[in-house]
Write a protein that binds this ligand. Structure first.
Ligand SMILES: *Cc1c(COP(=O)(O)O)cnc(C)c1O
Length: 357
């Protein structure tokens, strides 16, 4: 047997959202926060055209896409670094700052990739418990030590859906030492509607130790193609570009992302529909008797505790896949109206069952 790294035995496995099918053949996937919409025809066309060139390696520097992103956000070209999904960009960040013995601070529960990536990099995870469903930024600031190299702030937070407000985040950033990299993971930024939830791209400008992660996987509907990016100051972006595996962002992902930026207005109309559905779903759940934290993302969070796995099983029996975290709660993506109706029906039935049983 080859000798493997000991950490592999203790690493948590990433549990992707699964699809389920009800006995009568219904299947609604509300477990991965994907866009419920098929790709736009213009995006499919760009991919089809790009398919004719896949005998060639992709542009290693993804110049056209990098330019499009820089222009879209009004940032310098050199502030953008791409990766095959923002999870991979996060992994690259660990490769840039994560010496063995270093520490990374993040809220818990938050995005489940953080502990995995930390373990892989040999970086010690310092998990700061949520306060209610929110980041406890004071406790996170206090958790920073001389060994801390990086802090993740997931805003809005996956899976609890809550968002940090401007005053709190600015006060936190002011407390973080300048040699500690703060990563604002904004995978759900396009779904934020509260004007007091800060845009990381505003906050990073005069803070060289702050960077922002964005992705084409959620609002832009390209989860299957894997493309995400970082925006940060030149040294941060350059460090990421240095550690990226050559040709990591494939040609089809590059052309599809460019086409998606060109079709942004259409895509943001879809996001608006999801946001409206989010309000409808949350209000309906509250009317059913559920406690649902305010959500600024394309999902809702139900803190079910010990009932979590029963709830997930009940939803699965109705053909609705949710994302359970055993003993804690379930995250449910906002889908198309029909999917949301199926979920609301399952939630209602579960609530009625718990009330009578
Ligand atoms: C979905 C998600 C991402 C995006 O991952 P990709 O690798 O870009 O698909 C990043 N961060 C968080 C918190 C997410 O929920």
């Amino acid at each position: 047997m080859p000798r493997f790294r000991a950490i592999l035995d203790t690493m948590p496995a990433y549990k992707p959202g699964k699809a389920v099918t009800s006995p009568d053949g219904r299947s609604y996937k509300l477990s991965s926060n994907e866009s419920p919409y098929d790709p736009l025809p213009s995006v499919v066309e760009a991919i089809a055209e790009g398919a004719g060139q896949v005998n060639r390696y992709p542009d290693p520097a993804a110049v056209k896409l990098t330019e499009a992103i820089a222009e879209r956000h009004g940032v310098p070209f050199g502030h953008v670094a791409l990766g095959p999904g923002s999870v991979t960009v996060a992994q690259e960040l660990f490769a840039t700052v994560g010496e063995p013995g270093a520490e990374v601070v993040y809220a818990w529960r938050s995005f489940e990739a953080y502990p995995l990536l930390a373990d892989l990099a040999g970086v010690r995870s310092v998990r700061v418990p949520l306060k209610g469903e929110d980041h406890d930024l004071d406790a996170m600031a206090e958790a920073i030590t001389g060994r801390t190299r990086m802090v993740f702030v997931c805003n809005p937070n996956n899976p609890t859906s809550t968002a940090i407000r401007t005053r709190q985040l600015v006060a936190f950033l002011d407390r973080v030492p300048e040699d500690v990299l703060v990563v604002l993971d904004e995978a759900y930024r396009e779904y934020v509607r509260d004007a007091d939830v800060p845009d990381g791209l505003t906050l990073y400008r005069d803070r060289p130790n702050v960077c922002v992660l964005r992705t084409f996987s959620k609002a832009y509907g390209l989860a299957g193609l894997r493309v995400g990016y970082l925006i940060g100051h030149e040294p941060v972006a350059a460090a990421v570009r240095k550690v990226i595996v050559p040709f990591a962002v494939n040609h089809l992902a590059q052309v599809a992302a460019i086409a998606s930026l060109e079709a942004e207005a259409e895509l943001m109309e879809r996001v608006e529909t999801v946001v409206k559905e989010r309000s409808r779903v949350r209000e309906a759940l509250i009317a059913q008797g559920w406690e649902v934290p305010p959500t600024e993302a394309n999902f809702v969070w139900l803190r079910l505790g010990e009932r979590t796995m029963d709830f997930a099983a009940a939803c699965a029996a109705s053909g609705v896949a949710v994302r359970p975290f055993a003993g804690e709660g379930a995250r449910v993506s906002i889908g198309a109206p029909e999917e949301n109706d199926a979920f609301l029906e399952a939630a209602q039935r579960f609530m009625a069952g718990s009330a009578s049983g």
